[in-house]
Design a protein around this ligand. Sequence first.
Ligand code: SF4
Length: 327
Amino acid sequence: MRMMMMRTRTKPPPPPFSFLPHHLNQARRASRAMAAELKTVDDHKPKKIPQARTAARVAMILRQRRATRAARFAEVQERACARVLGFGAGVNSVAQLLREPHVYDYVIFADVGAEEPPTYEYIEKHVRPFCKEKGIHFEMVRSHLGTLEDHCRERKILPIKARRWCTDKFKIRPVNHFIRETVGATAEHPVILDLCFTIDEARRAAADDSVQHAYQNYPLVYDQITRAGCVEVIQKHGWPLPVKSACDFCMFHNTKHFARLLAENPKRYAEIMDMEESSTDFPKRTLISSTSLRGLKAARASSLVVIDDDEESTGGCESAWCSDRGA
Ligand code: SF4
């Protein structure tokens, strides 16, 4: 009986490809094929496959992808109007800038207006002067909607993990606009846009194809650079490591981040708490999934929540586009 009930609850399979419009079929097939290829290089997935087979398969996939990519890249490079680095101000994109500064015409940072002060300081102190010295245009682009925080307050909404509308409206679209209007990219003469996912998160590169008139390129994935490799590059150049780049109210941050903010900057914590409570979806939707900011504050006051100092905060947009693991 129990078995039967379980069977009736089984999720129906997705519709066959043929029921979908042609372009969706194509996109879905491509995305699945790439995700299937790339998941073997993701640290979290390959456990079921025997070690030797995994290594051989990863090597084969990377060989194939590098060959395909090299041919496509050479073709696009012929007609590209510029090469652009999508700059997230985190470890990945700083490392990529230091690795290959000579290839870039533009470095574009989409500023949502809510980064923590050390990120802006790092840009002004290290990145901007470096770009100037190398003859690269550094651009900080912003949305015509203003800052993300003002937008959230006006509309009484919060960023949502599942939909990531904040990334779309406040990062991808301003970059898109700049690429089309200022750089002058067209379908015939696109830009090559480098995005800095590392090999540890190669699957994200497969799913991401969001900027118009841009050939999206993933140099750290193709060169098999890990996050630790990025750290090494930055240290070799004698630069300090950038702090994790993210909005201070990012819903990908964990409890530790907000507990730290409460201890170090209670005024800012109160502002974010106010934003959270003004949302029409509150208390159904909160920035931390387990509790509200007011709940966390009360729990901290009564020492009910102990924060593990080794627990890393996971929020971030460091690869230029937002990441659920602070890449
Ligand atoms: S850091 Fe978080 S809140 Fe800010 S734009 Fe990225 S995903 Fe959205």
